[in-house]
Design a protein around this ligand. Structure first.
Ligand code: ZN
Length: 321
């Protein structure tokens, strides 16, 4: 049950990540091993993959070297952008509050790290981070496929249009080319993060990613090992239009960064959920006892969140060529 709440917590924030075209391709991104022993190059370590889950909806394999989980979905997106219109208002409200807290943390990290500006917030959605960056006086812009997110707080003069899925805006900032890229809950939707990062020319990249080692992910792995695959399917957002394609370990993120020409300069957990957990449960029973238990679980998750959570924030720096 907990997982049903945590999975939407790591869903994309808004419409940006336009897998609608890329993911519509018929070719699977990864050759799945036909047995646990079959060698297959992965996108992280060039190591063997070990099958973790294989059913008609989802196949997941783990890299033997770093533990990163690579998923392949059988459902193809229907092309509609992701939006929050289907979530209850109360859910949207607490999710927004969590994003605001995270935006403060992430903006502070960017400031402390003195990343070069201008900053581009890719898939800015409602512009929560963009607004926070501007509040701190940082030269930042946001871009998205859909610039009319519901309840947007983005400064309109700081929004740039993305014209095709995974494309970059055609404009630069008046102050010059963008030097730092920020992607919150975006890159895990790309089937080939190495290729995407390799193609960019930013000096720094900050990523917020769901990870394979948080409490929800560990519980999901444990359950999947015992034949209960629903939790892991939730984490991969099976059936949604913009599913997750991979969940990385810290070692996996470092391997992906290295393969793409970057090095990791900072990494930290970020709290994904707290006492708002009962409200984050989509379609859960609303009995008082259940809500109390979830509140307690949320309290615990919120307390350990800075050290152990289902999301990480990683800052990458491009290696000198
Ligand atoms: Zn690996």
């Amino acid at each position: 049950m907990v997982l049903r709440a945590l999975a939407p917590a790591i869903a994309p924030r808004q419409s940006a990540r336009g897998e609608s075209v890329l993911d519509g391709r018929a070719t699977p991104f990864l050759p799945m091993p036909s047995s646990a022993a079959t060698a297959s190059p992965s996108l992280c370590c060039q190591a063997e993959l070990r099958a973790v889950l294989r059913n008609e909806r989802l196949q997941v394999a783990a890299c033997r070297a770093c533990g990163t989980l690579w998923g392949e979905h059988s459902k193809r997106p229907d092309g509609r952008p992701w939006d929050e219109s289907y979530v209850p208002p109360e859910f949207a409200k607490v999710l927004r509050q969590r994003r605001e807290i995270q935006a403060g943390t992430i903006a502070a990290q960017l400031q402390r790290s003195s990343v070069p500006t201008p900053i581009l917030d890719y898939g800015t959605g409602q512009g929560v981070l963009l607004a926070e960056l501007r509040r701190r006086g940082l030269d930042a812009y946001g871009c998205d496929l859909d610039l009319n997110a519901r309840d947007s707080v983005a400064p309109r003069d700081r929004l740039l249009q993305v014209h095709e899925p995974w494309g970059m805006p055609r404009e630069q900032a008046p102050s010059g080319a963008f030097r730092t890229l920020v992607m919150l809950d975006v890159l895990e939707h790309h089937h080939d993060p190495v290729a995407f990062l390799q193609a960019q020319r930013f000096e720094h990249v900050l990523l917020k990613l769901p990870n394979a080692t948080g409490p929800a992910a560990r519980l999901a792995r444990f359950a999947a090992g015992r034949g209960r695959t629903g939790l892991l399917e939730q984490l991969f957002l099976v059936g949604e239009n913009f599913p997750h394609r991979w969940l990385a370990t810290r070692k996996g993120v470092r391997a992906i960064a290295k393969a793409a020409g970057y090095e990791v300069v900072r990494e930290a957990c970020v709290t994904e959920v707290g006492t708002e957990l009962p409200t984050r449960m989509r379609g859960a029973g609303a009995g008082l006892l259940t809500r109390c238990a979830l509140w307690g679980a949320g309290l615990g998750l919120g307390l350990v969140g800075p050290w152990w959570s289902d999301a990480s924030v990683v800052l990458l720096r491009r290696r000198a060529q």
